[in-house]
Ligand binder design. Structure first.
Ligand SMILES: NC(=O)c1ccc[n+]([C@@H]2O[C@H](COP(=O)([O-])OP(=O)(O)OC[C@H]3O[C@@H](n4cnc5c(N)ncnc54)[C@H](O)[C@@H]3O)[C@@H](O)[C@H]2O)c1
Length: 284
């Protein structure tokens, strides 16, 4: 990808999952990396053996002090920052609306929305101090685009970051700052590790992934490739975009059985549509 070599990238939520994959991918493209997370052991593993220079910063993205700390560390080490992947996030509780506490709602909003706001604000301040340029990619979610009856705080937060995305892209356009988002679907990571056995939780993910057009879950690397593309000069004319990286999940029509509605018996569904056609992988 063009234009990434020699750039300095901040990646939040970099201790594992999508963030760690982005760190690896940007480093492979020649960027230096500032890896940010609360989990220092995870960060250590993420930056171990990268082909470019990298530092790790233990910081809480939901606080102004945390954001200032990772920016200061970046400037001290590299003298500038060119790219910000604002990716740290938490899922919050599976409680349905009547049972969701205000404290839990606030906790999710603090990391997923306040953290992105603070990170974007700091990025713009930094880019201005450097004389312009720069780029931001926010990690949204299919939950930015669609509704479900659980994960209400999470969905609210992921819708909210699209407001930050569009406002920041409008403001940043004339300054030469591009702001885009990725919207992953199902990517088995530690995100739902705390909820292994609830419907929609970790153990249920691969079954649900079989209902996507690509019939499988995605990987952190597959999201990271799109993040790197959005940062690269190959995406020079893209800003304000939300790019789904979800195996097609968000295009499914839920009002047609052939679109997936209620079609939980995927082997039967695939047999009916495709027969025994070679090349169609077994569902489920
Ligand atoms: N995995 C999926 O299926 C999926 C789908 C859609 C969107 N996403 C989004 O992708 C992003 C990355 O998630 P992931 O799937 O890689 O999960 P993950 O749990 O592996 O990564 C999230 C990281 O954020 C860090 N983090 C949490 N709170 C933080 C804070 N206050 N300050 C600093 N770091 C903090 C965690 O320690 C963790 O390392 C999240 O924004 C998530 O909402 C994930």
């Amino acid at each position: 990808m063009r234009g990434l070599a020699g750039k300095v990238a901040v990646v939040t939520g970099a201790a594992g999952g999508i963030g760690a994959a982005t760190v690896r991918r940007l480093a492979e493209e020649g960027a230096h990396v500032v890896a940010v997370d609360l989990d220092d052991d995870g960060l250590r593993a993420t930056i171990d053996g990268l082909p470019t220079e990298a530092i790790r910063v233990r910081a809480d993205v939901s606080t102004e002090d945390g954001v200032a700390a990772y920016l200061e560390a970046a400037i001290e080490r590299f003298g500038r920052v060119d790219l910000h992947h604002l990716n740290a996030g938490i899922p919050g509780s599976f409680a349905t609306l009547p049972d969701l506490t205000a404290a839990e709602f606030d906790r999710v909003m603090a990391v997923n929305v306040r953290g992105v706001f603070l990170g974007a604000r700091a990025a713009f301040q930094r880019y201005a101090a450097q004389g312009g340029g720069g780029s931001i990619v926010i990690t949204g979610s299919i939950g930015s685009l669609r509704g479900s009856a659980d994960l209400l705080a999470y969905q609210t937060s992921k819708h909210a970051v699209l407001g930050i995305l569009r406002g920041a892209a409008m403001y940043g356009g004339p300054l030469g700052v591009r702001v885009n988002a990725v919207a992953p679907g199902i990517v088995p990571t530690e995100l739902f590790a705390g909820s292994p056995d609830v419907a929609g939780g970790r153990d249920d993910m691969s079954r649900r992934a079989s209902s996507t057009p690509l019939r499988r879950a995605g990987t952190g690397d597959e999201v990271a490739g799109v993040v790197a593309f959005l940062f690269s000069d190959d995406a020079a004319y893209m800003t304000g975009e939300v790019v789904s990286v979800d195996g097609g999940a968000s295009i499914v029509s839920t009002v047609r059985p052939s679109g997936g509605a209620g079609a939980w018996d995927f082997p039967a569904y695939d047999r009916a549509l495709y027969g025994e056609r070679p090349g169609v992988p077994p569902a489920g």
